[in-house]
Design a protein around this ligand. Structure first.
Ligand code: TGC
Ligand code: FAD
Length: 394
C-alpha cells in the first residue's frame, strides 16, 4: 500500500486554541508533526497486516508521550493534564492503537508505580518506561471478569521472601511486547494488590490475541501465570483494594476522552475535504443538504467535546476533577467519535471502505475504544449512580 500523505487541518470552530497556553500549543504541534511524518505514512499498512509497529515505542519515549504528568525526576514530563490530553488527541488522530500504547504505558503502568510504588520501584522502572527502553502492560481484565473486576480470581500466596502468582488476564494491550506487567491479583485474605511481573520470570507467558478487526496495529495478548515466583519487593506497598486499579483507569479514561475526539477530527477533516472534491450529478457532494447535515453535526459535536475535554483538563490539573466527570467525558467522546466516523465513512461512498483513507480504520478502532476502560453502558451507569445516588450495577 502506498504511503499516505497527511494533510490534516484541525477543526477549531470555537477558537479553543485561544484557551491553550504557548506550551500547550507547542506540545500539540510537536506531536501533530510527529504523527504526520512518522505515523500516518505507515499505520494503514501495519493495521492491514495486523502488526504492531514496535519501533514507535522508542520514538514515543523520545517525544515525551510516556508519562507526561509523571515528575521529571523519574523521567516524566512534569506537565499538566491539558498537555497530556492534547498529546493523546494527536496520537489517536493518527491511530487509536498508537494512543493505546501511550495510554497504557503512562496511565496504567507508570502512574501506579509513581502513585503506589516504593522509592526503589520508582527508580528501577520509571526512567526506563519513560524513555521507551521498556514497554509495560496492565492486567486487570480476566476471561470471566471484565466489567466486574472485583470478582477476579487471579491470586497470590505468601512463600517467604516472594509470593506465588496464579491465574490469567485477557485482552491486555501491549502484552506480547511488554517487558513489565502491572498485575492486579488477590492475596489469601481476598484483598486486591498490584504486583510488577517481569518478562523472563518462570511460569509467566504472554500469548498474542489474533483475529481482531479493531486496533489491528496494537498488540493485544493474554497474561498467563503458572506458579510465578514474584519477589515481595515487587508488590506495591501503598495501595490495597479495587481503588488501586480504578485510580489508574481514571487517568487513562481521561486520555481516551481526548484521544477519541482526535479520531473524530481526522474523520471530519477527511470527509470535509472529500465532499469538496468529489462530484456527482454535476456538483460537489458537499453542496447537497444531506451531506452538509452530516458535516454540520460532526463539527458541532467535535466542538462540544473539545470544550468538555479542555474544561476537564483544567479541573484535572487543579486536582478537582471527579472520576464520574472523567466517565462522562470518556463516554461522550467515544459516542460522538463512533457516530462521526460512521457518517464520514458513508460520505466517502465506496472509497470509505478502503485503506486509501483513514476513516474505516478509525471506525473499527473505536469499537474497542468504546468497550475498553469501561464499556459505554458502565460509564452511563456511573453517571446514573452519581446523579441519583442509586447503584444500578448490581
Ligand atoms: P466500587 O465499590 O464502586 O469501588 C471500589 C473502590 O474504588 C473506588 N473507585 C474509584 N477510585 C478511583 N477512580 C475510579 N474511577 C473509581 N471508581 C471507584 C471507590 O470509591 C471504592 O473505594 P473504597 O475506598 O471505598 O474501597 O467498585 P465496584 O466493584 O462496585 O465496581 C464499580 C465499577 C463497575 C464502576 C468498576 O468496577 C468499573 O469501572 N468497571 C469497569 C472495568 C474497567 O474499566 N476495566 C478496564 C480494564 S483496563 C483496560 O481496559 C485498558 S485498555 C487500555 C488501552 O489499550 O488504551
Ligand atoms: P463484559 O463485562 O462481559 O460485558 C458484556 C456486556 O454486558 C457489555 O455490553 C457490558 O456493557 C454489559 N454489562 C456488564 N455489566 C453490566 C451491568 N452491570 N449492567 C448493564 N450492562 C452490563 N483490559 C485490561 O485489563 N488491560 C488492557 O490493557 C486491556 N486492553 C484491551 C484492549 C482491547 C482491544 C479490548 C477489546 C479490551 C481490552 N481490555 C483490557 C479489556 C476491556 O477493559 C474489557 O473488554 C471491558 O472492560 C469489558 O469487559 P468484557 O469484555 O469482559 O465485557
Amino acid at each position: 500500500m502506498a504511503a499516505r500523505t497527511d494533510n490534516f487541518i484541525s477543526p477549531d470552530y470555537f477558537k479553543i486554541d485561544e484557551l491553550l497556553t504557548e506550551e500547550h500549543l507547542m506540545i500539540r504541534d510537536m506531536v501533530r508533526s510527529y504523527v504526520k511524518k512518522e505515523i500516518s505514512p505507515i499505520i494503514e499498512d501495519y493495521a492491514q497486516r495486523a502488526e504492531f509497529p514496535e519501533h514507535i515505542v522508542k520514538q514515543l519515549g523520545e517525544l515525551g508521550c510516556f508519562g507526561p504528568t509523571i515528575p521529571v525526576e523519574y523521567g516524566g514530563g512534569g506537565l499538566d493534564y491539558v498537555s497530556y490530553g492534547l498529546m493523546m488527541q494527536e496520537l489517536e488522530r493518527g491511530d487509536s492503537g498508537v494512543r493505546s500504547t501511550a495510554s497504557v504505558q503512562g496511565s496504567l503502568v507508570m502512574h501506579p508505580i509513581n502513585a503506589y510504588g516504593s522509592e526503589a520501584q520508582k527508580q528501577k522502572y520509571l526512567p526506563k518506561l519513560a524513555s521507551g527502553e521498556w514497554l509495560g502492560c496492565f492486567g486487570l481484565t480476566e476471561p470471566d471478569h471484565g466489567s466486574d473486576p472485583s470478582s477476579m480470581i487471579t491470586n497470590f500466596k505468601d512463600a517467604g521472601d516472594h509470593v506465588i502468582l496464579n491465574g490469567a488476564k485477557m485482552w491486555i494491550s501491549n502484552a506480547p511486547f511488554a517487558q513489565v506487567a502491572v498485575v492486579w491479583a488477590k492475596n489469601e485474605a481476598g484483598d486486591i494488590h498490584g504486583l510488577i511481573v517481569e518478562r523472563g520470570m518462570e511460569g509467566f507467558s504472554t500469548p498474542t490475541t489474533h483475529g481482531k478487526w479493531s486496533l489491528r496495529a496494537s498488540a493485544t495478548g493474554e497474561l498467563v501465570f503458572d506458579n510465578v515466583k514474584v519477589p515481595k519487593e515487587n508488590i506495591f506497598p501503598n495501595v490495597k483494594g479495587l481503588k488501586g486499579p480504578l485510580g489508574c483507569l481514571t487517568k487513562a479514561r481521561y486520555g481516551i476522552a481526548w484521544g477519541a475526539v482526535g479520531a473524530a477530527m481526522d474523520c471530519y477533516d477527511t470527509a470535509l475535504r472529500y465532499s469538496l472534491e468529489r462530484k456527482q450529478f454535476g456538483r460537489e457532494i458537499g453542496g447537497f443538504q444531506l451531506q452538509q447535515k452530516k458535516l454540520a453535526e460532526m463539527v458541532t459535536e467535535i466542538t462540544k467535546a473539545q470544550l468538555l475535554n479542555w474544561r476537564l483538563g483544567v479541573l484535572m490539573s487543579a486536582g478537582k476533577a471527579t472520576p464520574q466527570q472523567v466517565s462522562m467525558a470518556k463516554r461522550n467522546a467515544c459516542e460522538i467519535a463512533t457516530n462521526i466516523c460512521r457518517d464520514a465513512r458513508q460520505m466517502l461512498g465506496g472509497m470509505g471502505i478502503t485503506g486509501e483513507y483513514p476513516v474505516m480504520r478509525h471506525m473499527m478502532n473505536l469499537e474497542s475504544v468504546i468497550t475498553y476502560e469501561g464499556t459505554h453502558d458502565i460509564h452511563l451507569l456511573i453517571t446514573g449512580m452519581d446523579v441519583t445516588g442509586l447503584n444500578a450495577f448490581k
